[in-house]
Design a protein around this ligand. Structure first.
Ligand code: UD1
Length: 420
């Protein structure tokens, strides 16, 4: 199993280019199922979750070609198996994103129930409730959800809670429904307007994506299109936090600063200097001593602070002055990085969904285990700060969501290498 070995204590400096967003690329790849014509997607990040999604689509019968410059062409003129099997769904919950497009275009979808997930229950009841409201019948068979509908019908859906992939699934389903669908209490994450832009280029009629009410007027058919995936705001935030934690000056390029307001506010509150341009953000130490301050934060749906940045800020707080109280409201059991950070000497107490992080003078390198994607990122940040060598085990989690992370960090001066 591959690991990352990090010699800590070196500040990151320089410039790093941000990749396409994983969480935008995954639904956009599924949008390829909605048309018989080719969908050309560029700025697709080279990640394990993307490869998993491509093999899932390939297994269904979608033709896939890979172009230069991170471009992918999907051609779903027909498919033979409208199914996401357990082996796929268990490695990547976002496989559930095929549910809406398959039902809308082929009248049937079979998707394995996701089962247990390391960061909490993460049910899919809202996806199913919406499809049912649109006239689909839902049954369960040997752990598979089977959704059928000759033609979905436009309807008003009020989501019980804000769900990102739930909103995306229903938005995709509604593009081919008969009549108008209104999704209320929709997620507002920036990946949703990005998906809407792709669907619109394919001929869909969507208004309000990015707000909490999305209106989709169904059409009979969608056509081929080209779309470039937005930059990854979580990768952006992760590099900014890594730079801040190590006391370095880093410019991230090809980013979209407007999607990171809550994160940038917290970084400023932590005491670093942030400058932004149209597509770049620079982080630098502030003032003469450059000491970081621990920050309190509470995760919530966009535009509030993202749960996918929580673990990285816990790592930042471990070496800041003072105490930061971190409240996780989106997922239960999303503090698995805490016990690993403790191995490095962090002072953190967890009470329910709150982590109380008391800054320490320094962390010391140790061997730690990555438990999920963003937890892994927090361990890498802690390893970059710690004295001595940190070995992060089970980095396959990291490869699911960060493109060439060790190369990008090395270019910024980190001493990091992949070892078997
Ligand atoms: C997406 C992101 C993930 C991010 C999360 C929250 C993708 C591929 N993944 O995940 O990186 O951490 O948003 O920003 O975009 N819930 C239900 N019923 C449902 C659906 C969700 O109860 O039918 C609950 C979940 O258990 C969770 C909360 O709603 O507590 C939010 O989950 P959701 O927004 O659906 O997360 P994902 O879309 O899976």
């Amino acid at each position: 199993m591959e690991k990352l070995a990090i010699e800590g204590g070196i500040s990151l400096n320089g410039e790093v280019a941000i990749s396409g967003a994983k969480n935008a690329a995954l639904p956009i790849l599924c949008a390829g199922l909605l048309t018989a014509e080719p969908l050309i997607i560029s700025n697709v990040p080279h990640l394990r979750d993307v490869t998993t999604m491509l093999s899932l689509l390939g297994q269904m019968g979608v033709n896939i070609s890979v172009h230069d410059k991170l471009g992918i062409e999907l051609h779903a003129s027909n498919i033979h198996t409208p199914e996401a099997p357990y082996e796929m769904v268990k490695t990547m919950r976002a496989s559930v994103l095929v549910l809406g497009p398959l039902t809308a275009r082929f009248g049937e979808a079979r998707v394995s129930l996701p089962g247990g997930c390391a960061i909490g229950l993460r049910p899919v009841d809202q996806h199913l409730k919406g499809l049912q409201a649109m006239g689909a019948t839902i049954s369960m068979d040997h752990g598979y959800m089977i959704v059928r509908a000759p033609r979905l019908k436009g309807v008003r859906i009020c989501m019980d809670l804000v769900t990102v992939t739930g909103t995306e699934n229903l938005m995709m389903a509604a593009t081919l429904a008969e009549g108008t669908t209104i999704i209320e209490n929709a997620a507002r994450e920036p990946e949703i307007p990005d998906l809407a832009a792709c669907l619109t280029a394919m001929g869909a009629k969507i208004k309000g994506a990015g707000s909490d009410t999305i209106t989709i007027e169904g059409v009979d058919k969608l056509h081929g299109a080209s779309h470039s995936v937005m930059p990854d705001r979580i990768e952006t935030g992760t590099f900014l936090v890594a730079a801040a934690a190590t006391g370095g000056t880093v410019r991230v390029t090809g980013a979209r600063p407007g999607t990171l307001d809550a994160v940038l506010d917290k970084l400023r509150e932590a005491g670093v200097k942030i400058e932004t341009g149209t597509d770049w953000i620079t982080v630098a130490p502030n003032g003469t001593n450059g000491k970081l301050r621990a920050v309190n934060l509470r995760t919530a749906p966009y535009p509030a602070f993202p749960t996918d940045m929580q673990a990285q800020f816990v790592a930042l707080n471990t070496v800041a002055s003072g105490t930061g109280v971190v409240n996780e409201t989106i997922f239960e059991n999303r503090f698995m990085h805490v016990q690993e950070l403790q191995r490095l000497g962090a002072d953190i107490e967890v009470e329910g969904n709150t982590a109380i992080v008391k800054g320490v003078e320094h962390l010391d390198g140790a061997t730690v285990m990555a438990t999920d994607l963003r937890a892994s990122a927090s361990l890498v940040i802690a390893g970059l700060v710690a004295r001595g060598t940190t070995v992060v085990d089970r980095i396959y989690h990291l490869d699911r969501g960060y493109e060439s992370i060790e190369e990008k960090l090395s270019k910024l001066g980190a001493r990091i290498r992949r070892v078997s």
